[in-house]
Design a protein around this ligand. Structure first.
Ligand SMILES: Nc1ncnc2c1ncn2[C@@H]1O[C@H](COP(=O)(O)OP(=O)(O)O)[C@@H](O)[C@H]1O
Ligand SMILES: [Mg+2]
Length: 230
């Protein structure tokens, strides 16, 4: 069975869509077959062009059921589901079918209040600090906020994804031919944390940048699997 990862949280703007593409891209860089599943009715589907993973439009419930059924029947695939915000019922459904739930949150009391409710609701969920400040002063304040408000959940808080404007590139309709190395490293970092939590052996060459050419070879295998699936 494929691994199903859901990115949810009952709050808009935390970075769910961005994180879903970072994770899918990172898994793709490690040569994993990955589908990034869009369920957010507010968003337009993205093109496959330039991606080392397959974006899948599941804004319609039948499509979500289809892709989940498919993922349950294949080995060695990863499905990353972007839950969209403000849909508690959808979040409950997705969390129940996920192997792992990620809850991105920003450095704000409002996000953290919602996060605590979601951590209590979903025992298989981990919190991921998102759009985190890297400026030393702000970082210190943000760390203090976590220490104060989230002490009880310490072991369920992952390493942050820092604010990085290049993350917007992943949400472009088509990916540019070359992505900044720093963005690829962020994507790898997210994917490694997830693999570790799932108990998947970590790649040995994990800090060696993978040339884009490799992604094209994987693409062929990917397309073959996809055609088989169709
Ligand atoms: N790590 C990041 N660094 C900089 N900007 C980010 C980051 N993550 C998200 N953003 C920005 O924050 C906004 C909300 O992100 P998005 O992924 O759409 O959140 P959600 O899907 O939870 O509503 C977008 O403008 C996005 O570009
Ligand atoms: Mg979104």
């Amino acid at each position: 069975m494929a691994q199903i990862l859901c990115i949810i949280g009952n709050k808009g703007g935390t970075g769910k869509t961005t994180l879903s593409h970072l994770l899918a891209h990172g898994l793709g860089l490690f040569g994993k077959y990955t589908v990034a599943v869009l369920t957010d009715i507010e968003r337009q589907p993205l093109a496959r062009v330039g991606r080392n993973y397959l974006p899948f439009d599941a804004r319609q419930t039948e499509n979500l059921e289809r892709v989940v059924r498919k993922l349950r029947s294949v080995e060695n695939w990863y499905g990353v589901i972007d839950g969209g915000g403000n849909r508690p019922q959808m979040d409950t459904t997705l969390a129940a079918l996920a192997d792992l739930v990620l809850l991105p949150f920003r450095d704000s009391h409002e996000d953290i209040r919602t996060l605590i409710q979601d951590l209590d609701r979903f025992p298989n969920a981990y919190a991921l600090p998102s759009q985190w400040p890297s400026n030393p002063w702000q970082l210190q304040a943000a760390t203090r906020t976590i220490d104060n408000l989230l002490a009880r959940y310490r072991e369920r808080i992952l390493e942050p994804v820092y604010a990085q404007s290049a993350t917007k590139l992943l949400l472009q309709h088509e990916l540019p031919p070359q992505l900044p190395a720093a963005l690829n490293n962020t994507a790898r970092m997210v994917a490694l944390q997830v693999m570790e939590l799932l108990g998947i052996p970590l790649p040995e060459d994990r800090w060696i940048p993978i040339p884009r050419q490799t992604a094209t070879i994987e693409d062929d295998a990917f397309a073959a699997q996809r055609n088989q699936a169709a």
